[in-house]
Design a protein around this ligand. Sequence first.
Ligand code: CUA
Length: 328
Amino acid sequence: MIYVISVIFFALIVGLMVTFVVQFRRRKGYQAEDSPPHNTRLEVIWTVIPTLLCVLIFYLGFKSFLNMSTPPANAYEISVTGQKWQWFFGYPNGHTASELHVPVDRPVKLVMTSEDVIHSLWIPAFRVKKDVVPGRYSKIWFQAIEPGDYPLLCTEYCGTGHSDMLSRVIVHEPGGFETWLRDADGLLDTLPPAEAGEKLYLTKGCTQCHSVDGTAGIGPTFQDMFAGSFATRDGATIVVDEDYVRESMLDPAASVIAGFEPVMPTYAGKLKDKEITMLIAYFKSISRHAPQEPASSDADSDHSDQPDLPDNPDNLDHPEDPDHSEEK
Ligand code: CUA
């Protein structure tokens, strides 16, 4: 409506302006008259009509602003945490994911906070955007009307990884959301630990900073990390074992590998113990320093019941081997 009003007034004002410029241009033989002092009727008209329009626009805008800022009472609530540099979405059953899954045709309320700096959650397709601020909760709500896959991003510059703070909104078909949520939490238990760990790596936001192809990102690569030995920022040398991995997730600043900044947020409360164990299994599977379980790339589920213990001498690439200590 604002668009239509703008077009009408643009045409009216510019049209009259051009007409008058042509009609009252300076011509030979004409003497300019004095301007009339004023015209009360005209002035009242051009003041009252635009004022009424402005009030109408304000009323409509304010009404939709109130509607936008008041989530319906029956809205489905999802908690959102922004942290450098990823999003976490927490569902009522305790499941957390780095992608936002929502049901179609149902109001969804996001209760958002930040662990560190100010982020801003933006879902362009749903026309919602709001700052996510440490120490307080901001809320937005929307109702998705079409199943699909929509981008979600951070739109407040929040540091090195700001542009990687991307995620997706998956709007499920009717009934699909409930199934997804029920399965999502139990899914990992049905997979071999290393595969479950890979799923976690892909869905818990690790990819933002850690590669698995050997290239260093904001954090070190996970390739060949497990059982490798590294220098830390304090000049100590550590061997990446289960305890080091666990500590690095729960208290990331405790011991940081040299060459990287202590910028990782804690995963305490965001990863369950069994998930940390799955990630460790994944790190082992992609490290040449760690003893490999045969068929770790084979998805046959029965392999998970009987993991080969690393007692096969052929598999042993000794963890303390000093040759690998240059890995970074
Ligand atoms: Cu978070 Cu930009």
